[in-house]
Design a protein around this ligand. Sequence first.
Ligand SMILES: [Zn+2]
Length: 609
Amino acid sequence: MSELGITLPLQADQSLASFCSQVASANGASSAREFCMHMGMQFQHVVDGTAESIERLAVLSGVGVSCLSKAAVIKQGGMYLINGEKLRRPFLRRSRLRYCPACLIGDNAREDRLPQARLYGRRDWLVSFIRTCPVHQIEFATLENPAGPSLLHDFTAVMRDKSLDLDSVLAGSQGRNPSNFEQYVTGRLTNGTASVGYLDLLPLYAAGRSCEMLGAILEHGIKVASDNISESQWWSCAESGFKVMSNGEEAIRECLTAFHDRFFTTSRDIGGRSLYGRFYEWLAHENEDSAYDPIRDLIRAHAVATLPLGPGDEMFGPLTIPRRWHSVHTAAREFGVHPKRLRKLAIGAGLAKEAAIDLTDDRILLDASEVETLIRHGREALSYNDARAYVNAPRVQWEILIKLGYVKPFVETATGPALKAKFSLSELDRFLAKISRSGIGEPVVGETYTIPDASKRANCKASEVIDLLLQGELREVAIDTMTSGFLAVQVNPSEIRRKTALIAHGGVSLKQAEKKLQTSSQVLRALLELGAIAPRIAINPTNRCPQTIIYPVDLESFKARYVSLNNLAIERDEHIRRTKKFLNDAGISAAFDPEKVHATFYERVKIPV
Ligand SMILES: [Zn+2]
């Protein structure tokens, strides 16, 4: 039921104010204001979507309250709600009237509507973020000065008053598809929050404006003057910003990092303005709206996580987050070290990359958690020779300790001589503590010597002794309390000999071979010289010297082939002379020249049985 003579249906995409304006026009009122006055209400209340005006309009028009509410822009404090989505005044386009000429041409063609009430305003035309008609895929046209105050928001009356040449406006319109950003905004206005994550956490106006402002610096650089950006440029900016922001926090951080990288190619001082330009100024100085705090927090956290910023610096106010990175510049200032010295220390210690050499002090990043240690080490650093004296190691052993990595310099010279290396006291103390603990603590039975002496006695390299010692392999270790450091450590050469012995070569020595052949060393030597027995050279597993040995197999094959006159007599159980005569009578001569060998050997095969 309706109180009015003429009623109209509310169009699905219509705004509440424009509905009221259309109904007024249909009923012959000269303006919506006049119409409302006659109906006992105020048009401004309709514009502001007050509950009373919606209820009154529902009674008048016969359209349900909930439908009218969805069409309304409800003013609530400083906020404007459309279907529950929050907007602020700057993001509503009402005095500058925007429209799609094709939509209005379509309205005009609707002969089922009263001629004076065919045109109506669409709700989404009021929202600044939407700039394209999704039905006709063209940009909106704008009516700059639609009417005086009396016709403000009175869409149908304004259009009647202006009688625009819509065909020529349409002819001049730019065609384009609604952007993903616009579809997102429309989606939220129609169905509530979509599902793109991070952006949905922000009120619609903050989500929309953030996309636009981020897009502005992405498309036009950080120094962009936003006043000079045209509507179609904003359309493009919003889409660029949305592409990043709709992909969530990680994508935003990546985008910010790209701005950091760009910053590092400049010589400007580090700060929000120099890093993010207009985007930062807008968030820091041009609005204090807490709706943007999630973005501010994200930027602040990411900047501190990746840049030399910390307490004392500013990023949306004074920073309180603990510092993650120093630059050579900030660390030198904080710790009172000369930047030149700190830069050298940091590069030498590998804390700053070699590639950083060409950067200025405020561009070289140092891990804040390591800077303090670096500086302390720098202050107490010992030179190569001083460190050697501190450890009390002979030169050769000192070199071995460094080469094997048991003592690590904290400033290494990648290219220069090791002599330029620096050692921190704490590193040297750590090493000394380690070697003094290296004995297992068993009572020392044998005689002990310093590592250099013990390695000589055990015929092995000092590095082998050091390895055994520092890997906890030695049981007999004593500390000489009369001296200090490396030379105070005493080890047992016998234990070392056992632990460094090579695998036995399996041969017998010449002395052992003599016994097995039951002959003299003179004879054996002669047999070796003649090649009757093959001599071999092998490393003595204990003293590691090369020695002449004989493999048992060679010895056995000699014994199988030859027999000495002496042994043959024993085998035949007769006097040697009788054996000699027997051989002579059989015409068997000695296998080797007895003059040379100093003994007489015969080939067994030639001896008659
Ligand atoms: Zn349209």
